[in-house]
Design a protein around this ligand. Sequence first.
Ligand code: ADP
Ligand code: MG
Length: 447
Amino acid sequence: MLRSEFGDTAYKTWLASLSLQGVEGDRVLLSVPTRFLRDWVASHYADRIRMLWRRVNPVVDGVALTVAPAATRPGGAGLPVEPAPVATLEPLAPSAAPEVEPEAEVSAPVDPRYTFDNFVVGKPNELAFAAAKRIAELDSLPFNPLFIYGGVGLGKTHLMHAIAWEIRRRTPERKVVYLSAEKFMYQFIRALREKDTMSFKELFRSVDVLMVDDVQFIGGKESTQEEFFHTFNALVDRGRQIVISSDRSPVELSGLEERIRSRLGWGLVVDIHPTTYELRLGILQTKAEVLGAQSKVPDRVLEFLARRITSNVRELEGALNRIVAQATLVGRAITLDMAQEVLQDLLRAHERRITIEEIQKRVAEHFGVKLADMHSARRARVVARPRQVAMYLAKQLTPRSLPEIGRRFGGRDHTTVMHAIRKIEELRTADSVLNEDVEMLRRLLQG
Ligand code: ADP
Ligand code: MG
């Protein structure tokens, strides 16, 4: 199961030595032979392993990794055989020691690696960083809620944990609850099932700081939204702090009721922009130091990574970890050649970057309109529809934001882009010819 999920190599290198120790309460206990493996698995595979378990056994709420020398482990039984379902997924601290805190029940463990000190600040994230720090350092509310949004792997969860850490450190008496929107939903569903929504409400309404990660998750989930909204309002009325993260801005949150959307944008909304080369290099240098490997990784290798892996910090980190792990495990010096070899698959995936220009060109060709019509103000359907298709594909196939896509289509507003995307989404279900056009173009572009 793990093998098919992660592939042969990853399985052999990292996962084959995991062994199932049992299930304790709602946690699955796995052991690994070394600390290094534990940390590696915790930071790279824990989320997905938890997801697998959860698919099969909805009772399981988390995965705990412990270090146990091979001799004491029950006969290498390997992994989540055919797991039991898990009810929630929070990134685990590498040590996975359940934190003993009064709110441990609802709040996910805060990852000790995710602190302000470990967060590398650059142009793309300085505003979000500054806002997060303010919230953590002031007892009064400078802005409520703080809404942080940005693409995958750009540091939202890191900042959320850092805020939680800092508040707990400075004012341990304040009750800080950090959890994902998904976990919020599961807690709520459980309360409904157990006919105990009163204590659910009391619990959430008694917190001083509520942090909800990945709020986009509640899009389309009506009763969860409703409950979230009530909780949100109750806390704001009482002057409690709320911090929200999302992969898109409040206006772009789909499947969310208008009143909730607008309420989310009431306080301070900050976005984390895609990383720049300088920031990526800075992050790599910091991570190399944390790994104690700064002297082993030549600058050229770091520069190479910063130039080639641009999508998100998680991948960047993963690439560095892989190189360092390889060097450590097989005692090999880190060179540019070695890095290229170890990261072959990853680098290949990054080569095919689809650009907006490419999309515009293909779409124009396909519908027999002029490339210039992608930018023009003409609103006749014969050109407007292809333009909308191109915008839709630009959102799907590139990491560009709505405002940026708008700019590249003759300086249009982001709301126009959003409208185009909705329109095409709608048409794809209603118009099978158009749906096929879009599918074909997508395949063509993805080559
Ligand atoms: P998100 O929640 O936005 O998807 P995460 O906060 O999980 O992203 O970040 C992914 C990984 O990248 C984490 O390991 C995090 O520590 C790291 N990371 C992201 N941005 C930075 C940064 N500016 N400095 C240091 N580490 C970062
Ligand atoms: Mg996150």
